[in-house]
Design a protein around this ligand. Structure first.
Ligand code: SF4
Ligand code: SF4
Length: 191
């Protein structure tokens, strides 16, 4: 039996089709797993080399979409509110006046578009004190289906470009899988 016919190599799919799927992130909210480890399971404390490599390669265009587009979950941890208030010399009450309370996540979130985004200068006015969620964007919690891989928000154009670049990295794994199948197939034919 031809094993490779049972499981055709996915890279035979038209690359443009894959790109079209990725580009749906422009309008549809979804996350995409990328071929970098969310954590190193051999190290109980977890190393960050996957994340480090991501930031080394990721090229933010500075488009500001993540700051001014409604819908992004700009959650504020307690340490975020403390840091921002200290940075601005504001009371907590004043900062929370720019937030809404998310009853499901039980957390405060900045209203959208973010009140700290300067649309003329196209930048963040509290950049050194910005929330942790902003420092991590477009990285997202790993997908349930692929818990050991980093995931990115497809809404971010630079993330989409990154995903296109890393399609080749998946192919390396798949190519090895195809080689193993081929080897098995040849072994079976010899019998
Ligand atoms: S949406 Fe992505 S590319 Fe645009 S500013 Fe945010 S992180 Fe950078
Ligand atoms: S706090 Fe700054 S980085 Fe975060 S969404 Fe607002 S403007 Fe963007």
């Amino acid at each position: 039996m031809k094993l490779l016919e049972m499981r055709p190599h996915w890279s035979v799919l038209i690359r443009e089709e894959q790109y079209r799927t990725i580009d749906r992130g422009e309008t549809e909210p979804f996350d995409i797993a990328i071929p970098l480890p969310a954590k190193d399971r051999r190290n109980p404390e977890g190393t960050s080399w996957g994340v480090d490599l991501f930031w080394e390669r990721f090229r933010c265009t500075g488009c500001g979409r993540c700051c001014y587009t409604p819908g992004a979950g700009l959650y504020l941890e307690k340490e975020d509110t403390d840091r921002i208030c200290q940075h601005l010399g504001w009371s907590r009450k004043r900062l929370l006046g720019l937030c809404r309370y998310d009853r499901i996540a039980k957390v405060w979130a900045l209203k959208q578009p973010c009140p700290f985004y300067d649309s003329e200068k196209k930048g963040c006015t509290i950049y050194p004190a910005r929330p942790l969620t902003c420092t991590r964007y477009p990285l997202h919690p790993a997908l349930k289906e692929m818990p050991y891989h980093l995931a990115v928000d497809a809404f971010c154009p630079a993330a989409r470009e990154f995903v296109k670049e890393t399609l080749g990295w998946w192919i390396i794994c798949e190519a090895n899988w195809a080689r193993i199948l081929k080897g098995m197939e040849e072994g079976m034919e010899e019998e």
